[in-house]
Design a protein. Structure first.
Length: 252
């Protein structure tokens, strides 16, 4: 017996997909269809949870496309987070849903004996300790970078005023959920020595006194082996609440 889906559930999926398309600003038919399929695969609650995560990521500096040429739209961030949440089977389901299976008469018939199915190649996980040999091999032919930017979001430490700039230390110890297949790095904390020009600091000095606000620092990173930290030379700095205030003013 074929199990039929609950019509009420289908209506809820339709309504949720329409809501998401509106909130994400997606108007194209292909995008709306993709949203519907993702809601159907991941479920309504997960899809709405990812909407909130996409909004937060968009507000906290955004997310670049793979080639780094531009920032993703809110909808682009949601699609990226949704695919990252899926299992490999769900991603296959997303890619192949809606495709018609060929009819038996359309399939090619071979007079030869059918070959036994091939075994799928087992992919070994890439461990963190394996990185050295991989990097040494990659160094044989290095690529190049046209531009690089790092974004730090968090609370500053002690503010050390050196006249033309201020210096503060920030530390990261929590590793976010990484895409499947990537090695898991060590849990050792990473220190960042942040340099902010005094004129830039004056714009956020008062706002960051609010213990519930956080800095959003964009800058150029450089390893500083002498202090065992990554130096970040700030090109732009704001806070989450200042950023939200500007968006509200633009929306008026």
């Amino acid at each position: 017996m074929i199990k039929q889906q609950d019509p009420t559930q289908n209506e809820q999926i339709d309504e949720t997909a329409s809501l998401l398309a509106h909130e994400l600003g997606e108007t194209e038919k292909k995008s709306k269809s993709g949203i519907y399929r993702i809601v159907k695969i991941l479920g309504i609650d997960t899809a709405l949870e990812l909407l909130q995560q996409a909004r937060e990521a968009h507000e906290q500096g955004g997310m670049q496309v793979l080639d780094g040429t531009r920032q993703r739209t809110l909808g682009g961030i949601w699609f990226r987070l949704s695919k990252a949440r899926m299992t490999s089977r769900q991603r296959y389901q997303l890619t192949n849903s809606g495709k018609k299976k060929p009819r038996p008469e359309q399939a090619k018939v071979s007079n030869e004996t059918t070959e036994p199915p091939r075994r799928q190649k087992t992919v070994s996980p890439f461990a963190w300790d394996d990185r050295i040999s991989a990097i040494n091999e990659a160094l044989i032919e290095k690529g190049y970078i046209r531009a690089v930017k790092i974004t730090l979001i968090g609370r500053p430490g002690k503010i050390v005023d050196r006249g033309s700039c201020i210096v503060t230390m920030m530390e990261e110890s929590k590793t976010p959920a990484l895409p499947k297949g990537l090695p898991n790095p060590t849990s050792a904390p990473v220190k960042y020595a942040v340099y902010i020009a005094s004129k830039q600091w004056q714009k956020v000095a008062e706002a960051i006194k609010d213990p519930e606000d956080v800095l959003i620092v964009e800058g150029f990173p450089k390893t500083d082996a002498q202090v065992s930290a990554i130096a970040v030379f700030t090109t732009n700095v704001t806070t989450k609440k200042l950023q939200a205030g500007k968006r509200q003013e633009k929306g008026r």
